[in-house]
Design a protein around this ligand. Structure first.
Ligand code: ATP
Ligand code: MG
Length: 482
């Protein structure tokens, strides 16, 4: 990773927005610093879209100066706390008035106080690589904790005493892991033990904040390593203890061999730890939050459903039970309803295409597309592909091409029959009008029957006449079941 030396003037000048802010604030006699993550990201030449700034200007002045820069939008919601935000195209700035007990406007030594207080601000931040400031007026880098050194050496180090900083805000425990996997950095010597020792404090942190850090771990470059750290550093215990149980299960090092979570273990098949398998699936899955969450939870019910009988390992119903567990875990972590639905559905469906799909009849393919839903096919295949973690490359290839053939058949079917959800060709009103019967449970019975016929390919999906005939026949046979 290349770390820029004296940053910054050229870097800042390359970004017209920062140059403009610097000019405006300097002309008004105010100091303005870029702080925290945006300095770090500039130094390693990572794209920055959100700039955090600290300034000597009071909020009213900040607001006035920002307006002069002609933002697309300006938000003064945080004004009471000293923060004004502004949006310029795809860039956002958040400017916070420097707060310090010692500093007041008209103070005899404002500059001295201000300088000392930006340093105070910096050492209150979490990690050394996040504890830098760039003085936009001078181009000087303030780096009291040697964040540049740690950026160069790829080290995650807490600014100050880890124990104290974790006690002040235990979320920093999660942030250690998050930044380690976002950047591929190592933990400073001794830090792992410090995290472990402070882990129980995570109990007191809001689930929302934990969730946000977990999400960043999952969509990072090294999600599997992140999960390993979360479990090994004992953090997972305090927000998702179910993950710990995965370590207690060994499963065959082969893709699953049939539906219903049933698995034969032929003699000589290698076994693989379930936690290792899950890590592999998460690493294989495309970097999309829903898919990575589904990968994380797809086998979550295996420890609970494990049975061993006559040389067969069974995980009966682990998909359905897993979907239920996933809902509960995600709800506790305050995920939004849409994410909960999508992830738990993928968990529920993850075994549907596990085996034998080459032998599926056309009606089986149609039913599969209907059950899964056209919009869920692609994510489900993403998960199914990721779920193949066999160490035998030939087997991996065989399963991947089997999934490709299934996908092709589904796509052909959709091209031919349309992507619209299949429903009964006649609805309740039509059935009542046609038969002169009053509303009742019979309607659902007839509709289910008609839907079955369409799914089996025995009735056209828009064939109302054929459907009417079928409905009459069905009612004659099943008469007055109401
Ligand atoms: P990104 O926004 O890319 O996830 P970031 O470093 O900007 O990374 P934020 O969570 O946006 O992270 O926080 C901005 C800055 O605020 C950090 O760089 C850090 O200096 C400081 N900070 C954020 N959260 C904490 C915390 N819990 N404890 C101490 N300092 C924090
Ligand atoms: Mg940020």
């Amino acid at each position: 990773m290349k770390v820029l030396e004296h940053v910054l003037s050229p870097e800042v000048e390359r970004r017209p927005l920062l140059g403009r802010l610097h000019q405006l604030f300097a002309a008004a006699g105010e100091r303005i610093y870029l702080v925290g993550g945006s300095v770090r990201d500039l130094l390693i030449q990572r794209t920055v879209h959100d700039f955090d700034l600290a300034t000597s200007a009071r909020p009213e002045v900040t607001e006035k100066l920002l307006r002069r820069a002609r933002p697309d939008a300006l938000y003064a919601l945080g004004k009471r706390f000293g923060t004004i935000s502004a949006v310029f195209g795809d860039e956002t700035v958040e400017v916070t008035t420097f707060r310090s007990e010692h500093y007041e406007f008209g103070d005899r030594h404002p500059e001295v106080d201000f300088r000392s207080s930006i340093e105070e601000d910096l050492v209150r931040r979490d990690l050394t690589i996040n504890s830098m400031a760039l003085d936009l007026s001078t181009g000087n880098l303030l780096d009291p904790a040697d964040g540049v050194g740690d950026l160069r050496q790829h080290i995650i180090r807490v600014t100050g005493s880890p124990r104290e900083r974790f006690t002040e805000d235990p979320l920093r425990l999660m942030r250690v892991v998050r930044f380690a996997v976002q950047f591929g950095f190592e933990l400073a010597p001794g830090l792992a033990d410090e995290v472990r020792a402070s882990a129980p404090m995570l109990e007191h942190i809001s689930r929302e904040r934990i969730r946000d850090e977990l999400n960043k771990v999952l969509v990072s470059e090294q999600p599997g390593r992140g999960l390993r750290l979360l479990v090994d550093l004992d953090l997972a215990r305090y927000f998702c203890p179910e993950l710990l149980d995965l370590k207690s299960i060994e499963t065959p090092d082969e893709p699953s061999t049939n539906e219903a979570g049933r698995m034969r273990v032929p003699p000589g098949v290698r076994m693989k730890n379930l936690f290792e398998h899950v890590i592999g699936v998460v690493d294989n899955a495309p970097s999309d939050l829903v898919l990575r969450l589904a990968a994380l939870f797809h086998d979550i019910a295996k420890p609970r459903t494990f049975t061993f009988n006559n040389g067969e390992v069974h995980f009966f119903g682990h998909d359905t039970i897993g979907a239920r567990m996933t809902r509960k875990i995600l709800a506790e972590l305050r995920y939004d309803q849409d994410t909960i639905e999508r992830v738990s559905r993928l968990v529920d469906l993850h075994m549907r295409q596990a085996a034998n799909t080459d032998e599926w009849s056309e009606r089986a393919v149609r039913r599969y597309v209907h059950t899964v839903g056209v919009e869920t096919l692609n994510p489900l295949w993403g998960l199914a592909r990721a779920d193949i973690t066999s160490s035998n490359p030939r087997r991996v290839r065989a399963h991947l091409s089997r999934l490709d053939r299934l996908a092709q058949r589904c796509e052909d079917l959709i091209a031919e029959e349309g992507a619209e959800k299949i429903v009964s060709p006649l609805n309740g009103d039509e059935l009542m009008a046609m038969t002169g019967r009053p509303p009742g449970r019979w309607i659902q019975g007839v509709k289910d029957h008609l839907l079955d016929l369409v799914l089996d390919g025995d009735l056209g999906r828009y064939d109302k006449e054929g459907a009417a005939e079928e409905a009459r026949r069905f009612l004659e046979e099943h008469g007055d079941d109401d």
